[in-house]
Write a protein that binds this ligand. Structure first.
Ligand code: SAM
Ligand code: SF4
Length: 331
């Protein structure tokens, strides 16, 4: 094991503490804001990083650069065969190991994931209406997802966070219902502003429901008070004045939190990205497979982080969408 080499610091003085790893580009859902119904081109199996490769890169980030959190995502991480084994391998790194999932497989997997050392689960759920759920995910699986949320709680994940992407004209009439659901089930709902990473390219500013509007809608029904500053976490949080839990908003579009960003990303095929919206990628897989030493890989990571930009420019005319969509990057 190598000693910690030093913090990974970007040109704006931000220290990298969080690594998001996409373990697959595949998914069993086809959420309209993320993937097309058909026509996704999947990576060849051989192109996807193996567990050993993921473990090596993760070890480097933790042991050399002091990364404190790893989040497994995708695509849908639970459709990767052997995902529990990967969690088990990474749990030995001793960091805050988390996963973002659509919950469809959690009734089968939640207990095993917990036993393997997964510490936190974020679950995506954008609507409580079965018909709308089937429209938004193109799968009639609301009941399975709700059961997955219960399975996560039963397995001892606490808190369970539920992410809801809100799109104007699609599910913005459910903000209060989703907040109520969180209060009743004892989960923290986090509303996410719709971002220009959809495969259909239909994103537009008019489809974004901003943080102020979301908070106003909830607090009209359930009064809220702000929780202290979020630090590097993406969500602004509020607590219900009556003590029934907390709620968050991830305001990527209307109030970007780039100034506090401590995240970097690795795609399923081993491309390193310094921002969700980055247009450049750094190929770590070819180093891994070409016999590079840990020092050589670490050097590549350091030089990539030296290009991390101050922030995305969604609200400016200069904004360029990345070539990849959310499921191909790993949200
Ligand atoms: N399949 C898993 C899931 O859905 O939770 C993990 C991967 S998914 C790409 C990660 C997160 O990105 C989910 O919470 C999803 O709702 C969110 N997401 C996907 N497309 C988005 C978009 N265009 N804008 C905002 N959030 C998006
Ligand atoms: Fe799959 Fe998650 Fe994208 Fe939905 S948001 S299509 S569940 S990767």
């Amino acid at each position: 094991m190598n000693a910690v080499q030093g913090d990974l610091v970007d040109p704006f003085g931000r220290v990298i503490r969080d690594l998001r790893i996409s373990v697959t580009d595949r998914c069993n859902f086809r959420c309209t804001y993320c993937m097309p119904e058909e026509g996704m081109e999947w990576l060849d199996r051989d192109d996807v990083l193996s567990f050993e490769e993921i473990e090596r890169i993760s070890g480097l980030f933790v042991q050399r650069f002091g990364v404190e959190g790893i989040r497994l995502t995708g695509g849908e991480p639970t459709v990767r065969a052997g995902i529990v084994t990967l969690v088990e391998k990474l749990s030995h790194l001793g960091v805050d190991l988390a996963m973002t999932t659509n919950a469809s497989r959690l009734t089968a997997l939640a207990g095993d994931l917990k036993a393997a050392g997964l510490r936190r689960l974020n679950i995506s759920l954008d609507t409580l209406d079965r018909t709308r759920f089937a429209e938004m995910t193109r799968r009639d699986e609301l009941d399975r997802v709700l059961a997955g949320i219960d399975a996560a709680r039963d397995a001892g994940f606490d808190p369970v966070k539920v992410n809801a992407v809100i799109e104007r004209g699609v599910n913005d009439d459910e903000i209060v219902d989703l907040a109520r659901f969180g209060r009743e089930r004892g989960v923290e709902v986090r509303f996410i502003e719709f971002m220009p990473l959809d495969a259909s390219g239909e994103w537009g500013n008019e489809k974004v429901v901003g943080q102020d509007e979301i908070v106003e809608a909830i607090s009209a029904e359930f009064p809220l008070e702000p929780v202290a500053a979020r630090g590097a976490a993406p969500a602004d949080r509020w607590r219900y004045v009556d003590g029934l839990g907390t709620v968050g908003v991830i305001p990527s579009v209307t109030k970007p939190f780039c100034g506090d960003c401590d995240r970097v990303r690795l795609t399923a095929e081993g491309q390193f990205r310094t921002c969700l919206f980055a247009t450049d990628e750094f190929d770590l897989r070819s180093l891994l497979r070409g016999g590079a030493t840990d020092d050589e890989i670490a050097d590549k990571i350091i030089s990539a982080v030296s290009t991390k930009w101050a922030g995305h420019q969604i609200n400016q005319v200069t904004f360029t969408r990345p070539a990849r969509t959310m499921s191909q990057i790993g949200g």
